[in-house]
Design a binder for this molecule. Structure first.
Ligand SMILES: NC(=O)c1ccc[n+]([C@@H]2O[C@H](COP(=O)([O-])OP(=O)(O)OC[C@H]3O[C@@H](n4cnc5c(N)ncnc54)[C@H](O)[C@@H]3O)[C@@H](O)[C@H]2O)c1
Length: 496
């Protein structure tokens, strides 16, 4: 896994802004060139949304945000970059000109990705001096949350470029898929265009409104697509006989005259106005930024649910998120070690995610336990009980927990959890966690937990190894001089 050191983004609109946020939040410095007079405001707004979404997406420690520089020339922006992402408007002549300029000014070994939604890389690289490093890196909006990048090479793109690009997407939490042959619009936009063509006809012919059409998608197959795509969904739809049965049953219908896919709808003024009006009604006064925030909350919720799927192993985009978090935790271990051991350890910083709240937008009960569990996990990683240790057959299991809910955490609220180690011996680890509001510091909840070191294969408690005990003892000794937190050892129901 190789990391991008410095990125350059040429074009900072909807997609360029999303790339910029994705890079910066992965700790990568970004140099931007966009002649738009308000480029920095637009990028700033996308970045603010991205930071809000990441705060809700993960409790794993994000690296320090990369440095953002706006440059006055393209040459200045690309000079030091090892990944350059072009996201200028979708016009072949414009893109070619910009890519040739990038080609002339960039380091020869720099990778150059184009965000184009459908132009062929062979056409884009035609006049480049080093065309072997140009490829299509087609992302999806919002780039900071949706992980997919379609990687498409042109006739002159070297296979090593595609491999290198694929590799460099992993540390920024993205998934590159290599499209074997270049065709206009690649795979995703081909599919979307087919659906969109059909949808436009359905509106044009007054079969339904834009709202009804969106409802048909989002209350039904849209939910299926997010987690299993098309073919695996149809495999299940075929029942026990599976895919072959599904094809035999529904394949012949393709010859029926249902579709208008080959006709092109005329987007005349009247039709554009009709769609515009219906879309305004559907939005019910919500601004684009409001809709973006709702979209992001929903995507965060879906990604988190997918992360817990398949027996906790994670599924699809959720598995990718889980893997990404593992790398963040591993990289963040250094930061945790730098914590002041004489104070309760601040181990988890997170914003209350949309998937965590109940009907009144307050954090729901079991999420408190999740934050406490994450805090215990962070402590264990700190003392060497990491994923490799657990997979090798030993772990700490929580055997007793007492949670007190003293305040309320609300949707989007920044909270953090601290841990005070009360006592420990060779098997037992007695800890007291506190969830605070991150702005006021007010205590929202406390959790007292007893953990036991176990041989998880044999299914019994055993003494922890000396190197782990030494690290625990260092923290326990440092915490020994702290006052005993209010509420320790309190039985359930005791009067305050
Ligand atoms: N919007 C999407 O959903 C989406 C999804 C995937 C890919 N794309 C592709 O991404 C690219 C950008 O699309 P967008 O939606 O971000 O468009 P946009 O209009 O929001 O942004 C384009 C930006 O490029 C800037 N620009 C124009 N000329 C420039 C130049 N010579 N040098 C530097 N910057 C310049 C503009 O000022 C603008 O900020 C297109 O190729 C598009 O097909 C878009």
């Amino acid at each position: 896994m190789t990391s991008i050191t410095t990125a350059a983004c040429i074009g900072g609109g909807v997609i360029g802004g999303g790339w910029i946020a994705r890079f910066l939040l992965a700790g990568i410095d970004v140099a931007v060139f966009d002649p738009h007079p308000e480029a920095s405001r637009i990028v700033g707004e996308v970045l603010a949304n991205a930071e809000r979404a990441y705060g809700m997406l993960t409790g794993a420690p994000l690296p320090p945000r990369g440095k953002l520089t706006f440059c006055t020339t393209l040459e200045e922006a690309v000079a030091g970059a090892d990944w350059i992402q072009e996201s200028v408007p979708e016009r072949l002549d414009l893109k070619r000109g910009v890519l040739n300029q990038i080609d002339a000014a960039a380091k020869p070994e720099a990778l150059i990705g184009s965000s184009t939604s459908g132009l062929l890389p062979t056409d884009l690289q035609r006049d480049m001096k080093f065309p072997q490093r140009l490829f299509v890196a087609h992302p999806y909006n919002p780039v900071y949350l949706l992980p997919l990048v379609e990687l498409v090479g042109g006739e002159k793109t070297s296979p090593a470029t595609i491999t290198a690009a694929m590799d460099r997407l992993v540390p920024i939490g993205m998934k590159g898929v290599h499209i074997a042959k270049e065709i206009e619009a690649f795979v995703g936009d081909r599919l979307l265009e087919a659906l969109w063509r059909e949808a436009l006809w359905l509106i044009k012919d007054d079969i339904c409104t834009v709202e009804t059409l969106d409802d048909v998608i989002r209350y039904s197959f849209g939910l299926r697509w997010a987690q299993m795509g098309l073919f695996q969904t149809y495999r299940i739809a075929g029942g026990e006989a599976g895919m072959r049965h599904f094809l035999a049953q529904f394949g012949p219908c393709l010859a029926w005259p249902w579709t208008k896919l080959t006709d092109v709808v005329d987007l005349d003024d009247e039709f554009v106005e009709k769609i515009g009006q219906q879309s305004d009604e559907q939005a019910a006064g919500r601004s684009i930024r409001e809709l973006e925030r709702i979209r992001d909350e929903n995507l965060v919720g879906i990604l988190q649910t997918l992360k817990g799927s398949d027996g906790g192993k994670g599924w699809g985009a959720g598995k990718l998120l889980k893997d990404f978090e593992h790398t963040l935790w591993a990289a963040g271990a250094g930061t945790a070690t730098a914590l002041d051991p004489s104070q309760p350890l601040r181990l988890v910083d997170v914003k209350v995610s949309p998937a965590w709240v109940d009907y009144n937008s307050h954090m729901t009960e079991h999420r408190y336990l999740q934050v406490f569990g994450d805090t215990s996990d962070a402590l264990l990683r700190l003392v060497g009980v990491d994923l490799a240790y657990v997979e090798a057959g030993h772990s700490y299991y929580t055997v007793e927990t007492h949670i007190r809910n003293l305040g309320e955490a609300k949707l989007g609220q920044a909270i953090h959890a601290t841990c005070q180690v009360l006592s420990a011996d060779d098997k037992r680890l007695h800890v007291f966690h506190t969830i605070h509001d991150s702005i006021s510091g007010a205590v929202i909840a406390t959790g007292e937990h007893l953990l036991l070191h176990v041989d998880s294969v044999a299914g019994k408690t055993v003494a922890a190894p000396t190197e782990i005990l030494a690290k625990i003892r260092a923290i326990t000794d440092a915490h020994a001089s702290l006052p005993v937190p209010e509420g320790v050892g309190r039985p359930v129901g005791q009067k305050r």
